[in-house]
Design a binder for this molecule. Structure first.
Ligand code: ATP
Ligand code: MG
Length: 424
């Protein structure tokens, strides 16, 4: 045998035992997005490298060290998308969707970042994203945060995630604050680690969310961004908080939350959990009013978030919230006796037409009752439908329950569709 080829490190297969959890999560995400009137947009996975450099920012972790960038055969520099917002804005501008219009969009799909793979951090991972364009007022900030809260509620994990909220003010306010922060950090430069020293010059706000306790200690008494807010930024944040309060959504204001991408202004937020270890941020986003213009469109305010699907699936699994996920097979059809399998196939076809959402697996490959029952059990089905000569002669089928403590029963063939309905 030759040596088997393996998947790329940090890029995972999603196996059939997990895909049903993914499908359940994806269907909740799609449904909730639709509940709020958002439409799906699908963008390519590969984009021009410039797009990400210009939007995410040259001195961010993503652009500095995480992108999968390569020259294609024409010598153009291309990048596997590390996130969806930049592509979404590019597509919106290119197709005239953002010109003097509102858009409420969602997307879902793979993203690529060359990070050190660990639990909850992969090189190919999947995001569900929401982006709204053309609305500057805090009502849309609140609407989208409420949408995210509904996702947790639908999945039964509201009590395990917490909302952290902050405002980054306007670009001008942030520039004034940046000067004050750099002055403060310069006086304490000896207490900073190498990363923070470098960031102090390139992206000083990132020093605020350093995980190093020494750096956090050095930040004691640092100037606060909110002290630099003008009336508008102040009001925007207050109105958002008032709306969340009215909706009963709890949050903590974290004035160190700055997010790693350059394009945010005003509202930023993260949903975090303590149930996943170090990779605790499940969903993150905020306002990015400058990005559309920065990428060559007519200025348009915008707000959005991205949710990490792997982290969400890990969270659901670790909280055992996946027990009621529907198995891939509901009913397994067993046939016994000469030629009965052909009758069985016709019946299964009829039931699939009568109950369009049913998952029926027909036994294939022959064998006795014991062999077929074993496969029925392995399929994960709730019931085995057994069709033999006696059953066929009486226009009946034997139903054997494979999970739980139900008695075996006999059902008229004309009643099978109704029985199958109860399995969905
Ligand atoms: P982190 O601080 O964990 O690196 P980030 O700020 O880089 O996250 P964003 O760019 O805001 O993350 O992406 C939004 C969400 O996508 C994250 O909150 C997380 O759930 C998910 N995510 C980001 N990077 C990865 C990754 N490498 N593997 C799996 N999920 C990821
Ligand atoms: Mg990251």
């Amino acid at each position: 045998m030759s040596k088997a080829i393996q998947a790329i490190r940090g890029m995972n297969d999603c196996l059939p035992t997990e895909t049903n959890i993914w499908q359940m999560v994806e269907s909740v995400l799609r449904r909730v997005a639709s509940n709020y009137g958002f439409a799906e947009i699908r963008m390519p996975i590969v984009e021009s490298t410039h797009l990400f450099k210009r939007s995410i920012g040259e001195v961010t972790d993503i652009v500095e060290k995480e992108m999968y960038t390569f020259d294609d055969r024409n010598g153009d520099s291309l990048t596997l998308r590390p996130e969806g917002t930049a592509s979404c804005v590019r597509a919106g501008i290119e197709h005239g969707l953002l010109y003097n219009q509102e858009q409420r969009l969602w997307y879902m799909g793979p993203m690529f970042r060359h990070e050190r793979p660990q639990k909850g951090r992969y090189r190919q991972f999947h995001q569900f994203g929401i982006e709204a364009f053309g609305i500057a007022t805090p009502d849309i900030d609140a609407e989208i945060i409420m949408l995210s809260a509904r996702i947790w509620r639908e999945l039964g994990i509201s009590e395990f995630v917490e909302l952290e909220l902050n405002s980054l003010g306007s670009n001008e306010e942030r520039a004034a604050y940046r000067d004050a922060l750099v002055a403060f950090l310069t006086e304490r430069e000896s207490q900073l680690d190498e990363d923070s020293k470098r960031r102090m010059h390139t992206n000083p706000l990132r020093v605020l969310d350093s995980k190093n306790p020494d750096v956090q200690a050095a930040l004691q008494g640092a100037p606060k961004l909110s002290d630099y807010f003008g009336e508008e930024s102040q009001q925007h944040f207050e109105q958002l908080c008032a709306r969340l309060d009215a909706a009963g959504i709890k949050y903590t204001i974290n004035d160190k939350l700055v997010r790693g991408l350059d394009y945010y202004n005003r509202t930023v937020f993260e949903w975090v959990t303590s149930s996943l270890g170090a990779q605790g941020t499940v969903c993150a986003g905020g306002r990015y009013d400058g990005l559309v213009e920065q990428l060559g469109g007519k200025a348009s305010p915008a707000f959005g978030f991205a949710l990490g699907i792997e982290r969400l699936v890990l969270l659901l699994t670790s909280l055992e919230k996946v027990n009621n996920v529907r198995p891939q097979v509901d009913a397994y059809l067993i046939t016994l006796g000469e030629g009965i399998d052909i009758k069985g196939v016709a019946l299964a076809e009829q039931w699939r037409s009568q109950v369009p959402d049913i998952h029926i697996q027909n036994h294939c490959g022959g064998g006795n009752m014991k062999k077929q029952m074993k496969k029925a059990d392995r399929s994960g089905a709730q019931i085995a439908l057994i069709l033999g000569e006696d059953e066929l002669a009486n226009q009946q089928i034997t139903v054997k329950y494979l999970r739980g403590q139900h008695e075996q029963q006999t059902v008229a063939l004309s009643d099978v569709a109704a029985l199958l309905e109860t399995l969905i």
